[in-house]
Write a protein that binds this ligand. Structure first.
Ligand SMILES: [Zn+2]
Ligand SMILES: [Zn+2]
Length: 332
């Protein structure tokens, strides 16, 4: 019989197909991916084409060149100019579409997959994300900042160059608010942070843990939304990514590299989305908000059932996902 598991953090019910489920090997990307070159002359993010992204916000230098650049997104859906003005006429409510949208060009190498970056380089990317996270929040029109990465066409991007994105939006979306309200209710009832509790629970159970490093735990959620859905939680309770300490950045870089390597080598470089969920700068001292990373390999597709119910169907048992990834041989 299938199980219906509750994801306590996103409050999503997940049907876990047990007997009729698939095998981990069924999710290995079959299509032969073309080998990407290190440099593509027509790519606006490759070195030599910096004039195509003129609104540079910051860079980490590398001799005459650069290791990481941050630029304004030319194709931002939000306008950087203008006021945050709400309007309201009966059932028609809204506000001006102002906000900040920046791109973090993670590497000069066009084909630099996250799994193949050095820990040092990934640490620099994370440090850059943290700096921009704090800066974007300084804009008084920004209510919430999200950071994400879309990798591959199944994850919603045709851009091959390694990019992460940071968007400061003038509202707090309901999805975020609902999650934080859920964390608050759990805290009210138990006096505990739901994520701190989850870390303890996963470490005691052990069946879904991928990697337990000094400051971070990477694991498959008990009610993973889809096959190989991964969470990385900081072990130290903290409501905001802004609060990450230098030693934690380096540990996260190591953890992230190993976790992404399991996916890259185990599933043949699947498309994925990566989302960093965090409270704002004032949430640092919140007792119930706890920031975290979510990685969703795009190896399965949502169907009408999922869109229509908000439930998810996971065709691979989470414990089987974890067992498979833990045993991936990662070339040195
Ligand atoms: Zn490129
Ligand atoms: Zn916590």
């Amino acid at each position: 019989m299938p199980e219906i598991r509750l994801n306590m953090i996103s409050r999503v019910w997940v049907i876990v197909a047990k007997e009729k489920g698939k095998k981990p090997e069924d999710f290995i990307v079959k299509k032969i991916k073309k080998r990407l070159p290190e440099l593509v002359e027509t790519c606006p993010f490759c070195p030599g084409n910096e004039s195509k992204t003129p609104d540079e916000v910051s860079r980490i230098h590398d001799g005459d060149g650069w290791k990481i650049r941050v630029v304004r997104n030319k194709f931002s859906k939000l306008s950087e100019e203008g006021e945050r003005k709400r309007w309201d006429s009966g059932l028609k409510k809204g506000l001006n579409g102002v906000g900040i949208h920046e791109l973090i060009i993670e590497s000069p190498l066009h084909n630099h997959a996250t799994a193949l970056m050095s820990e040092e380089h990934l640490g620099n990317v994370l440090q850059t994300l943290r700096n921009r996270f704090i800066e974007v929040y300084r804009d008084p029109r920004v209510e919430h900042v999200i950071m994400f990465k879309n990798n591959g066409s199944a994850a919603g991007t045709s851009i091959e160059h390694p990019l992460s994105q940071i968007v400061g939006i003038p509202i707090t979306p309901f999805q975020i608010r609902n999650r934080f309200e859920g964390f608050m209710r759990f805290f009210d009832e138990t006096g505990d942070c739901l994520l701190c509790k989850t870390i303890q629970d996963e470490m005691n159970d052990g069946a879904r843990v991928l990697l337990n490093t000094e400051h971070f735990l990477s694991f498959i959620p008990f009610a993973a939304l889809s096959a190989f859905h991964i969470w990385i939680f900081p072990k130290r309770h903290s409501g905001s990514f802004a609060d990450i300490r230098p030693e934690e950045i380096w540990d996260l870089a190591a953890n992230l590299k190993s976790t992404m390597s399991m996916l890259y080598h185990g599933l043949n470089n699947p498309d994925f989305n990566f989302v960093l969920r965090s409270g704002n700068l004032r949430s640092t001292s919140s007792e119930f908000i706890h920031w975290y990373l979510s990685i969703l390999p795009r190896v399965d597709t949502a169907t009408g059932f999922e869109i229509g119910t908000g439930m998810h169907i996971n065709t691979l048992v989470p414990e089987v996902s974890a067992e498979f990834l833990k045993n991936v041989k990662i070339p040195k």
